[in-house]
Write a protein that binds this ligand. Structure first.
Ligand code: UN1
Length: 503
């Protein structure tokens, strides 16, 4: 047994995952760090029973006052704080993120718990003026029922927490189908959640949060069930195209957070040193495997050569290696398929006129068995087909522009619409970018890269990104059912719009 497996087993044991859970099943979990087998999990066999449990849990949980539901989420936040180092390390082992990003992901969970605790006392509805005398209108928000969460390997814990912290305070149980590539992080979250439940006491029904393990079949059962009124799915556009219509067909609600093809416009006035730092973090962080990763750089022609030279230099010194080594900035891709996809994207870029800097597999000085690469910068003559495709790898396509209208048009001319940004010190350009005629994305930043959003804002995007919003702002409303109430305290029955109907 090599050293890494020992480390993994120690971390898993501290997180309460013991051999009886980790062994004996058919789903093999491997670490992207070195391909080591971490576990063989049993797949969930009886989805009907899982959904039935969630339904029963809903009946009880909706009766618990929202601020008290918030107390459970407060305890979850406390347990996450206590487990932060171990859970962060498990994310690094299972998803291949560098240690700081693994920890950062757990911090994102803690942050959304804090947010949701406050929100639990603010499930506000409006009071609306009625057109009729002696009447009052209002809007009330009610729990909606079990929420199904489908998450991807690249944010194996935070995405669950955005959905779960809100779903719980809104009065709903959660069923979580994590990526088959990162189920251990999910099982660890379940243990942490159960610690919080134990401290919370009897008000929390059994089955308030359940994890289901397996492939597309397991997810499909949940997606098709009318007993799971909300499906929040994060992953590829292909997955969203399969999930969305099934949920719509049964008139369920889906919250889709799918692919991104995020751009940065760099204007002539930009602070180039700051832009370089933002570019490198957004394009290379998480080895280019965030849905918010920077994939397209649209640079003013007057600074293009200078900026590309600075980037090529910065990229050359990036430490690629084991994500468990604190000096590493670029960990592995999730698996060998991801490496193949990256290489074929680079080959296509060359055919389409691209000049590729870097991008080759790295085998020296990295653990054997992992898919390590040097991040790539690709100078492109135009925004051709490959640039319009999201490849989940550290490839940054660079294109030039000469006026801002053209840059914004290029920024918007891709099928995806998640995140975007502009680097400029020109106030007109900055305001234009976030105006009605600017970026068409769900996220548009000024002098900040497109990735690494805080939880306080609504997270999600337009077009093929799916239109869903999760996390902060008023995203909680998607986890509740809205009711319009008209209250008549008069002794008359006037009809709206002046309609007469006397009997
Ligand atoms: C994702 O990649 O699915 O904004 C989520 C970010 C993170 C979340 C990314 N806070 O990069």
């Amino acid at each position: 047994m090599n050293k890494q497996v020992n480390t993994a087993q120690t971390i898993l044991a501290r997180l309460g995952l013991t051999a009886d859970v980790l062994q004996g099943g058919n789903l093999t979990v491997t670490s992207p760090v070195d391909g080591a087998e971490l576990a063989h999990l049993a797949e969930t066999a009886d989805m009907d029973a899982v959904i039935a449990r969630a339904k029963v849990a809903f009946r009880d949980w909706r009766n618990v006052p929202a601020p008290r539901r918030g107390e459970l989420v407060r305890l979850l936040g406390e347990e996450l704080r206590a487990a932060k180092d171990d859970l962060g390390a498990l994310v690094s082992l299972e998803a291949g993120k560098i240690l700081s990003e693994g920890q950062g992901e757990v911090q994102e969970m803690i942050d959304i718990c804090d947010f949701a605790v406050g929100q639990s006392r603010m499930l506000y509805g409006l009071t609306i003026a009625s057109e009729r005398p002696g009447h009052r209108m209002m809007e009330t928000w009610h729990p909606v029922g079990p929420v199904g969460v489908i998450s991807a390997f690249n944010f194996p814990v935070a995405v669950w927490s955005w959905n779960t912290a809100l779903a719980l305070i809104c009065g709903n149980p959660v069923i979580w189908k994590p990526s088959e590539k990162a189920p251990l992080s999910a099982l660890a979250c379940q243990v942490i959640f159960e610690r919080a439940v134990k401290r919370f006491g009897e008000d929390a029904p059994e089955g308030l949060s359940q994890v289901v393990i397996g492939g597309a079949d397991v997810g499909a059962a949940m997606v098709a069930s009318k007993d799971v009124p909300v499906i929040s799915a994060t992953g590829s556009t292909r997955m969203g195209r399969a999930v969305g219509p099934v949920v719509a067909e049964r008139f369920g609600r889906s919250i889709l957070e799918l692919g991104g093809n995020n751009a940065m416009i760099v204007a002539p006035s930009a602070d180039l040193d700051m832009a370089v730092r933002a570019i490198v973090f957004s394009a290379v962080g998480t080895a280019g495997q965030r849905c918010t990763s920077l994939r397209r750089l649209i640079v003013h022609e007057s600074i293009r050569t200078e900026l590309v030279a600075k980037l090529v230099k910065a990229y050359a010194s990036l430490p690629v290696g084991s994500p468990l080594d604190p000096a590493t900035l670029v960990g592995p891709l999730v698996d060998m398929d991801a490496l193949k996809n990256m290489q074929s994207a680079l080959a296509a870029a060359r055919v389409q006129g691209g000049v590729v800097h870097g991008g080759e597999p790295v085998t020296e000085g990295v653990p054997a068995g992992g898919a390590y690469v040097r991040p790539a910068i690709v100078d492109m003559p135009e925004q051709s087909a490959i640039v319009q495709t999201e490849t989940f790898a550290p490839i940054l396509y660079v294109m030039g522009y000469s006026d801002l209208d053209q840059a914004i048009e290029m920024q918007n001319a891709v099928p995806q619409g998640l995140s975007s940004c502009i680097f400029t010190l020109n106030m007109r350009e900055a305001e234009r970018f976030v105006s009605d005629t600017g970026s068409d994305c769900g996220i548009a930043n000024v002098n900040i890269g497109p990735s690494g959003a805080e939880i306080g804002g609504a997270f999600g995007g337009e077009k093929e990104t799916g239109g869903g919003r999760e996390s902060g702002s008023d995203a909680w409303k998607a986890y509740m059912r809205r009711q319009t109430n008209t209250m008549n305290f008069s002794d008359e029955l006037p009809l709206a719009q002046g309609v007469k109907f006397d009997i």
